[in-house]
Design a protein around this ligand. Structure first.
Ligand code: S3P
Length: 434
């Protein structure tokens, strides 16, 4: 499907509520499925990715029911699935699940096949296969990619320093550590989102943190409970970007997760002279949550410190869209990880921006973008939800309509995107592609 975005003729205004956090939703589906008994989860993100993880847990024997927007997940009795677990487009789903299952005692003597769509089947899995094998995990793979077949087996603890700052790798190793003999320690090469470490204690699992070392002793029992998923800053970032760009706009964003390991985008927006006021609210579980006040701003280009990259890893497509209309040049470096996301986000975003007349230069680990005017035209999401949404936001300040092909991928993380932006005054409509 093609999404057509009309240039905004009036400011965006109103209140916006962020949808549930994708990272936290995946983790809750998995942890509740491991915990023995009934957990209740409210605010779970309803998207293709998070449904895939929930469906995988159901195929493994978790009983998932929904009642008035709350999920009830009966976990603790896992068994081999009848068919391959298809995680669709979800890197988080497949990597965390592989960790959680690699040493799961209820699956010993069985095997579990993990598959995904075309994009996920190209993404690197060796980053989790390597540490899981060091723990004794038995995994067959196709040259470091999916499909993967796990033959769950007893694991031993390791001390592991991942070569990249990745929450998915850290989480896969920690989840495998739940079943390992001894204390599994992950030494973080740099900070990455810490939702797993924050959630495990809520399931009764003791996690230690000493500087950059995170440790967990195997053999602990997970307790079910009642959980709420806070809003996703990564989704709210699109509405915030729209509010910053469209002249005269003023938006209040509620229910926004403000975990400091995720707030790189806010630091970057502030460095670009974006007027974003943060208001701390009541924490949800161990997660800080608040609201944001966003006002249209004269954005300035910025040189983004490489140390901020992992803290804003999913927001680079929308940051690149903002850079396209900022005054001056934006320089991104140290961001090679963007090449192994749902698409090669550096290459794809640079190509699409160039199609809209933006002066961009792709580098090995980043990009340089000269802000200026943005033409209308036809662009392509290349199967990447965040590229589709970033280009849609940019369309609001283009000189003519922007048509985004393959925009249906937005369903991956944010099915309510078009409705939410429309409620703020944006004009977007779906069109069949011939
Ligand atoms: C995620 C971690 C990030 C991020 C992804 C979600 C998570 O990936 O890009 O969208 O929930 O742990 P990496 O940890 O591989 O950087």
């Amino acid at each position: 499907m093609r999404l057509v975005v009309e240039p905004a003729v009036a400011p965006l205004t109103g209140r916006y509520t962020a949808p549930g956090d994708k990272s936290i939703s995946h983790r809750l589906a998995i942890l509740a499925g491991l915990a023995d008994g009934d957990s209740v989860v409210s605010g779970y993100l309803d998207s293709a990715d998070t449904r895939a993880t929930l469906a995988a847990m159901a195929s493994l024997g978790a009983v998932v029911t929904e009642d008035q927007g709350e999920l009830r997940i009966r976990g603790g009795r896992l068994g081999p699935p009848d068919a391959a677990l298809d995680l669709g487009n979800s890197g988080t789903g497949v990597r965390l699940l592989a960790g959680a299952l690699a040493g799961h005692p209820q699956l010993f003597d069985h095997s579990v096949r993990l598959v995904g769509d075309e994009s996920l089947s190209r993404r690197p899995m060796d980053r989790i296969i390597d540490p899981l094998r060091r723990m004794g995990g038995r995994i067959d793979d196709r040259d470091g990619c999916l499909p993967m077949v796990l033959s769950p087996a007893p694991l031993h603890a390791i001390r592991y320093r991942p070569p990249v700052a990745s929450a998915q790798v850290k989480s896969a190793v920690l989840l495998a550590g739940l079943w390992a003999d001894g204390e599994t320690i992950v030494v973080e090469p740099g900070p990455s989102r810490d939702h797993t470490e924050r959630l495990l204690p809520a399931f009764g699992v003791e996690v230690s943190r000493r500087g950059e070392e995170i440790g967990l002793v195997g053999g602990q029992t997970l307790r079910p409970g009642r959980f709420h998923v806070p809003g996703d800053l990564s989704s709210a970032a699109f509405a915030a970007a729209a509010g910053l760009m469209v002249p005269g706009s003023s938006i209040e964003l509620d229910n926004v997760g403000l975990n400091p390991s995720r707030d790189g985008v806010l630091r970057i927006l502030e460095a670009m002279h974006g007027r974003v006021d943060r208001h701390a609210g009541t924490a949800v579980g161990n997660e800080p949550v608040g609201s944001l006040g966003v006002r249209a701003s004269r954005l300035q280009g910025v040189e983004i410190p490489p140390a901020w990259v992992p803290l804003a890893i999913d927001e680079f497509p929308v940051i690149m869209a903002l850079a396209a209309v900022a005054e001056g040049r934006t320089i991104i470096s140290g961001a090679a990880e963007l090449r192994v996301k749902e698409s090669d986000r550096l290459a794809v975003m640079c190509r699409q921006l160039a199609r809209l007349g933006v002066a961009v230069h792709e580098t090995a680990d980043g990009a340089e973008i000269q802000g200026g005017r943005v033409r209308g035209g036809v662009v392509d999401s290349c199967g990447d939800h965040r590229i589709a949404m970033s280009l849609a936001v940019l369309g609001l300040v283009a000189e003519a309509p922007v048509r985004i092909e393959n925009a249906e991928w937005i369903q991956t993380s944010y099915p309510g995107f078009v409705d939410d932006l429309s409620a703020l005054g944006a004009v977007l409509r779906w069109e069949e592609e011939e």
